[in-house]
Design a protein around this ligand. Structure first.
Ligand code: GAP
Length: 518
């Protein structure tokens, strides 16, 4: 199945099974804003807990923070967001549709990558087992041509963005005959800058109200609280501050579901270090964060680093962790070595000294910062995209059937187990209820007695419930139940009093946390 179709199915699945709904749907929705349903919110909370515990439980020197969304407007001047948090915008005069100029070009660049992959796939088919993919990629003339075009275009765009050369960006679009996907024409306006911050007013609107912004990132709340946390927590460098919270960006291109939203959540950690040690810490956090991702078991081959060649003026190293989404490898997390830029700017704009006295060196300095920044929603999309599986299975009568299953890591699954009486009589519902009562404080359980057992299994597969417990007549005699495993569909008879142990071992978040390489 084409990856585009897989993605459409995933979006439909998220809606049908109570994971993600379009916001304000009965009013025809609000672009790039989404609500999380009854299972979505549980998965999201579990993702946040996995991140939070990996930061503050596993690292004694990382502490948490919950700063306000509204902040003093000068903060955004100091951070550079007022002047430079812009996207280059372009309109197609025929369709009247608005685009990000750089995204139009990036999509065009991605087509060269697709062409390369097609050549490789064709050759693999042709040569079979003898196929040497690495050699083919290096030597095939067609692949070379596509790669060269891709590299030239990437470099030209990077230069235009770096030089803030909007005319050149437009020229790249024209030269490459990039057309509007709606009108199919190349009838473009000039490119202009568009600030992504949402603003509102604080105070009475009659007089004295002042303009403030909805934060576009949570990081600045950490920087402006650096001294508060360091002093009250008696923190010694190196140490980190972690925060999870909402962020808002007036994105021009709203698409790919929850990949790019206007209201979203970030999990950010700023790690404050001694100047000169930042690149070592950058390397360490790169490894730790990659290990956090890979511990979920979605396959190491589906992740890669994308090291930035062109760095922002305040960074001396930067990388993205990319995941293979159904629409290609895309950024999930950014890791940046931000030097002392932010703290110095806040010192300059606030007029307050923001420094750390290092007792070992007997001197004061402005700490350097390593930032790890990941979007909760994007991580959510990564998890459901990796977990969504369609399997052809054989029914008892020998006919084929399609099983849709969310193979979520058990520790992240919204519902850990479903308890099902085989029939709705003979005391089985009461026995099932008794089991629920015994387990519900430790595991998120769901009671399900409607429809055939087969249908109930399918419903739980679609939600991603890793374990189903069936209570049958035999249970009333031997106090044992059948446990059915979601991924293998294998069934096993176990004593009811063994359930807590079995479930704990398989669903405990600590088992994941222990595997992360620190
Ligand atoms: N403090 C650094 C920072 O905000 P960023 O690369 O702009 O850096 C970090 O954002 C992460 O936040 C991204 O890797 C992505 O996961 C998430 N993110 C950014 N913009 C987003 C959006 N519009 N919708 C959903 N997630 C977004």
């Amino acid at each position: 199945m084409a990856q585009e179709d897989v993605f459409k199915k995933l979006v439909a699945h998220c809606k049908e099974y109570g994971y993600v709904f379009p916001s304000s749907e009965i009013y025809d929705g609000l672009a790039a804003v989404y609500d999380y349903g009854q299972y979505g919110v549980e998965l999201k909370n579990n993702i946040k807990r996995y991140w939070w515990d990996s930061m503050v439980l596993l690292h004694e020197n990382v502490v948490g923070l919950d700063s306000a969304i509204f902040m003093h407007p000068t903060i955004w001047k100091a951070s550079g967001h007022v002047d430079a948090f812009n996207d280059p915008l372009i309109d197609n005069k025929d369709s009247k549709k608005r685009y990000r100029a750089d995204v139009l070009i990036e999509d065009h660049i991605a087509k060269y990558e697709e062409k390369i992959e097609k050549e490789v796939a064709k050759a693999r088919k042709r040569f079979g087992e003898k196929f040497d993919e690495a050699l083919f990629r290096q030597t095939n003339p067609q692949v070379q041509v596509h790669r060269q075009k891709k590299e030239e275009l990437t470099a030209r765009m990077a230069k235009a963005l770096n030089d803030n050369d909007l005319a050149e960006l437009r020229q790249i679009i024209v030269d490459n005959k990039i057309v509007c996907p709606i009108s199919g024409t190349c009838n473009w306006t000039e490119v202009r800058q568009f600030n992504l911050m949402f603003s509102t007013e604080i105070g009475s609107t009659a007089d004295g109200a002042s303009k403030i912004y909805l934060r576009p990132e949570t990081a600045q709340g950490i920087f402006v609280n650096f001294l508060n946390v360091q002093k009250t927590g008696r923190m010694k460098i190196p140490f980190g501050i972690a925060q999870i919270g909402k962020a808002f960006r007036n994105e021009i291109v709203a698409r790919q579901f929850i990949f790019r939203m206007r209201e979203f959540e970030q999990m950010e950690m700023q790690f404050f270090v001694r100047p000169g040690t930042e690149l070592e810490w950058f390397k360490k956090w790169k490894e730790t964060r990659m290990s956090w991702h890979q511990t979920l078991g979605f396959g190491a081959e589906n992740y890669r680093f994308h090291d930035h060649e062109k760095l922002a003026h305040y960074a001396n190293a930067a990388t993205d962790i990319e995941f293979r989404f159904p629409f290609g490898f895309k950024e999930v997390e950014g890791i940046h070595s931000r030097t002392d830029f932010d703290l110095k700017r806040h010192q300059e704009f606030s007029g307050k000294k923001i420094q750390y006295f290092d007792p070992e060196l007997n001197e004061s300095y402005t700490p350097y910062v390593i930032e790890t920044s990941i979007g909760v929603d994007r991580m959510f999309l990564q998890v459901v995209a990796a977990a969504y599986t369609e399997e052809e299975i054989e029914k008892e009568d020998g006919s084929k059937d399609l099983r849709v299953v969310l193979k979520l890591p058990a520790a992240l699954a919204p519902i850990k187990l479903a308890v099902m009486p085989l029939v709705k009589k003979d005391g089985l519902p009461e026995k099932a209820e008794e089991i629920m009562q015994a387990l519900r404080l430790d595991f998120r359980c769901q009671y399900d007695e409607k429809d055939s057992i087969g249908k109930r299994y399918r419903r739980q597969d679609a939600i991603g419930t890793p374990f189903c417990i069936t209570v049958d007549h035999q249970t009333l005699e031997d106090n044992a139940v059948t446990i059915r495993y979601r991924d293998t569909m294998q069934q096993e008879r176990v004593a009811i009093d063994q359930l807590p142990d079995i479930l704990r071992k398989k669903t405990d978040m600590r088992e994941l946390l222990k595997q992360i390489k620190l």
